[in-house]
Design a protein. Structure first.
Length: 600
């Protein structure tokens, strides 16, 4: 029979070794749970089962290869050894070795058609199935399957939790309360198999019960805890009743309610404090109609139902029945007990009777009625609060509406006032503004420059011959508004140079304002344009005086196009001075503003 495809060399070698028993293939669902081996201290393997093969290193007992680990039964111990992983489909090889002394073999898995099949128990494999391994096949596809059935109970009795209480004569006994060993006369509360009391005087182990024959009992611990807890409640006749805390989701104590503004309001809390209750007429598992509470008692002249939770909590139908019938119901939660607590008589009694942390009210009609009354009062208070909030919001909305209307009226009045002032201010410059567009027309400006050039051509040529070369280059350019002085820009710039620099000695000082005044007096400027420029300049000065950091010369009385068309009479002078500074014939002085000094 050829080995399956995809197996590594180690797996092929093991498959080729002699095997006693029948060989079959086990198909597992995707990502099955890890097998559990009783008594193993290393837990549940690495994940799923990858292969089950014979291991030649075991001298006696049963052994298989599970998910890359060797599981073997030697003597009374189980052990796991790490081996190489194999990722082929799960192969199950029956290995029948020498019987283990004192513990005969058991047929743990019954497979139809394989009555002599022997192996260790495979725990945790959910719905496994097996089929014969066909000869002369690499098994690319599995053949028709048949179910893998267990012929004996699943041995989970030693899953890490010992049986803490034994049952005898209808009572649950602790190991320290009975005779040692088999003489205890107790049976398992779960499976009713005989028990043996162990470790009663041990310093290393807790006293506990053990099955004389391991039948795979899974309910002995939980059932024993449940019976012992009910027995303690009935015998002691006293029980710590917890504070009624309500339900955080449904009935928070004190009740809470949110108003329309999102603020949470807290109502009057229900005060049911923690106290000790005396139980009378205690009955265990007394049927009441369709339901049977764990403990039925009379406390403070009222019926009290007690539920002991070990595995399952009280279901919804039982809870609704208790509430509708008007019974108080208390749940004692023992599902989270430390594993050693049931083996300590005093600690277990404390957990059942007096530990306030593990109990709560499931139903408490008096507290719930008081809570409903408190909730109703709170709802009324919040309703009044919501009405007040709504009224305040309406008042605030009306006030905001009045404020906006007032702002709109004020803005309208300011706009009307501003427009009135604007019309008055423009009236002062109406004549000059009427000529602005025609005087600054680009075609007219170009024609004027050409006329100025022809009229002053000889004069400019003569002046250029009398200035240094560096000054001559500076005179050949000018500002875009330099035409406003009624003469060609080169002509007034050369004459200004001669007057303020050429005829002066080194160290002579003058101010840019002097140059501007001299140019305007010496040449025929456009008077209407100059008045408009002065209006803009004065407006900026007034704005700065009023505290505004205004840099632009635009005047709000004029339109944007008018502001752009009005020429700047100071900019051509400033530009002319800067070109002389760059030519190094004059230098600017730090103070006062606009002061210059002849350099050569």
């Amino acid at each position: 029979m050829p080995p399956p495809a995809g197996m590594d060399n180690e797996a092929r070698h093991k498959l080729a070794s002699p095997i006693s028993g029948e060989l079959c293939k086990v198909g597992l669902p995707a990502r099955p749970p890890s097998p559990h081996f009783p008594g193993s201290k290393r837990g549940n393997g690495e994940g799923g089962v990858s292969s089950l093969l014979e291991t030649p290193q075991v001298s006696k007992g049963l052994a298989v290869l599970l998910g890359g680990r060797v599981a073997s039964l030697e003597g009374y111990r189980r052990r796991l050894e790490q081996v190489t992983q194999s990722h082929w489909n799960a192969l199950l090889a029956a290995v029948l070795l020498d019987p283990v002394k004192g513990e005969p073999h058991r047929k743990n898995l019954g497979i139809p058609g394989f009555p002599a099949f022997w192996t260790v128990s495979l725990h945790g494999l959910r719905r496994p199935f097996a089929f014969p391994f066909p000869e002369e096949s690499t098994m690319p596809l599995p053949p028709e399957t048949f179910q893998l059935e267990s012929s004996e109970p699943r041995p989970t009795g030693r899953s890490g939790f010992r049986v803490p209480f034994g049952l005898r004569d209808g009572r649950a006994w602790a190991p320290a309360e009975v005779a040692k060993g088999k003489a205890c006369g107790c049976v398992c509360p779960g499976c009713h198999a005989p028990l043996s009391a162990k470790a009663q005087n041990s310093r290393r182990k807790r006293p506990h019960f053990a099955h004389l024959v391991d039948m795979g009992c899974t309910t002995g611990r939980e059932t024993g805890i449940h019976l012992r807890a009910k027995q303690l409640i009935a015998e002691r006749g006293r029980l710590l009743l917890p504070t009624w805390m309500g339900s955080p989701q449904m009935t928070p104590n004190p009740p809470l309610e949110q108003d329309i503004s999102g603020y949470w309001h807290q109502g009057r809390g229900v005060d049911v404090p923690e106290r000790w209750g005396t139980l009378n007429e205690v009955r265990l598992e007394h049927r009441m109609g369709a339901f049977t509470p764990d403990v039925l008692a009379v406390e403070d002249e009222e019926t009290l139902l007690i539920e002991v939770r070990v595995t399952h909590a009280v279901d919804e139908p039982k809870l609704e029945w208790a509430r509708c019938a008007g019974y108080r119901m208390l749940e004692i939660d023992l599902s989270r007990l430390d594993r050693n607590t049931p083996h300590d008589i005093e600690a277990f009694e404390h957990a059942v009777l007096s530990d306030a942390r593990n109990r709560h009210w499931i139903a408490h009609p008096a507290a719930e009625l008081e809570w409903q009354q408190s909730k109703a009062e709170l709802i009324q208070q919040v309703a009044e609060r919501n009405a007040w909030i709504t009224d305040q919001r309406e008042r605030a909305a009306l006030a905001e509406k009045d404020r906006r209307e007032k702002l709109l009226r004020g803005a309208k009045q300011r706009d009307e006032r501003k427009e009135f002032v604007r019309r008055q201010a423009r009236g002062k410059h109406a004549e000059d503004l009427s000529m602005l567009m025609s005087l600054t027309d680009p075609v007219r400006v170009a024609r004027l420059l050409e006329d100025y050039r022809q009229a002053s051509e000889d004069r400019v040529a003569t002046l250029l011959n009398g200035v240094p070369e560096t000054v001559r280059d500076a005179m050949c350019s000018w500002h875009k508004d330099a035409w406003v002085f009624g003469i060609h820009p080169m002509a007034w710039q050369l004459q200004a140079y001669v007057h303020f620099v050429g005829r002066q000695s080194a160290g002579h000082r003058f101010n840019q304002r002097d140059v501007s005044s001299w140019v305007r007096r010496s040449f025929p400027t456009e008077a209407s344009l100059y008045r408009l420029f002065v209006a803009k300049y004065v407006a900026r000065a007034e704005a700065r005086k009023a505290g505004y950091a205004k840099r632009s010369l635009d005047y709000w009385v004029f339109s944007p196009e008018e502001n752009a068309r009005i020429p700047d009479f100071y900019a051509p002078i400033n530009d002319f001075i800067q070109r002389l500074v760059r030519a190094k014939v004059i230098r600017e002085m730090p103070a006062p503003i606009g002061e210059c000094e002849v350099a050569v």
